[in-house]
Design a protein around this ligand. Structure first.
Ligand code: KIV
Length: 271
């Protein structure tokens, strides 16, 4: 049985919640130790080669969610509603349902008080919602740290309270100053999941391609690299190319052989 929303909310103040993004079955199979697989719209950048997340469509997110669902055994699956898919309450509910039908256990969307009613309409349709505050990649013009001034901090803290009242079961805090992330985490009843927001959040999320050292275009300082997979892949491809060119691959152990007698009969017939 996979993790449930209740399992996640009960972890607040008891055990840190681990989240990684996942958009394809192979990676989700490998990452299933985490509590939550986030089918993030960062897929647009790391899987589809877009400059940012603003070109991601519902069809993209449905396809990635299906792939994650096909592999998942243990983790909860949360899928991002892409930009423009939750402009009003009707679209938000319809598109959330489409992600749930594709295999999501919950959806995530970006914003504070300005989308409180939209969040409410989704949660009232019995679809669990994860919020996302701080840096909002779908609309941000620049990637800057949030919660650095008193005014901005108060706004973020109030937003967190407002969307909690709208029914979110947890909130991603992206690039929020550590002090403000700590205050929000202490003040709200649902778990906070930090990315670039310090150690005091209830959980942490990273884009799996960053954490494995696979994505080279952007290297944010908060995205700790646990591996240098891109280097390993390039070395493997170099060896493969060399071995094929030099006829070292395939070797005898990689071949399939015809039975000797059959081969001799064939040779006689075709000579
Ligand atoms: O799309 C995504 O991967 C995200 C994480 C960065 C939280 O929203």
């Amino acid at each position: 049985m996979h993790k449930t929303i209740k399992d996640i909310t009960q972890m607040k103040r008891k055990e840190k919640i681990t989240v990684l993004t996942g958009y394809d079955s192979t990676m989700v199979t490998l990452c299933e130790q985490v509590d939550i697989i986030l089918v993030g719209d960062s897929a647009g950048m790391v899987m589809l080669g877009y400059e940012n997340t603003s070109s991601v469509t519902m069809e993209d997110m449905i396809r990635f969610t299906t792939a994650a669902k096909n592999a998942r055994k243990n983790s909860l699956i949360v899928s991002d509603l892409p930009i423009n898919s939750y402009k009003n309450e009707k679209d938000a509910v319809t598109n959330s349902l489409r992600l749930m039908e594709a295999g999501a256990d919950a959806i995530k969307l970006e914003g504070g008080r300005e989308i409180a009613d939209i969040i409410k309409s989704i949660t009232e349709s019995k679809i669990p919602v994860m919020g996302h505050l701080g840096l909002l990649p779908q609309t941000a013009e620049k990637y800057t740290v949030q919660g650095k001034t008193k005014e901005n901090a108060i706004q973020l803290i109030e937003d967190a309270k407002i969307i909690t009242e709208s029914g979110v079961f947890s909130i991603v805090l992206e690039m929020v100053s550590s002090q403000v992330a700590k205050i929000i985490t202490e003040k709200i009843s649902v778990p906070t999941i930090g990315i670039g927001s310090g150690k005091n959040c209830d959980g942490q999320v990273l884009v799996v391609h960053d954490m494995l050292g696979l994505f080279e275009k952007i290297k944010p300082k908060f995205a700790k690299r646990y591996l240098s997979l891109s280097e390993e892949i390039r070395n493997a491809v170099k060896s493969y190319v060399e071995e094929v060119k030099n006829e070292k691959f395939p070797a005898i152990e990689n071949e399939f052989q015809m039975d000797e007698d059959e081969y001799n009969k064939l040779r006689k017939e075709i000579v």
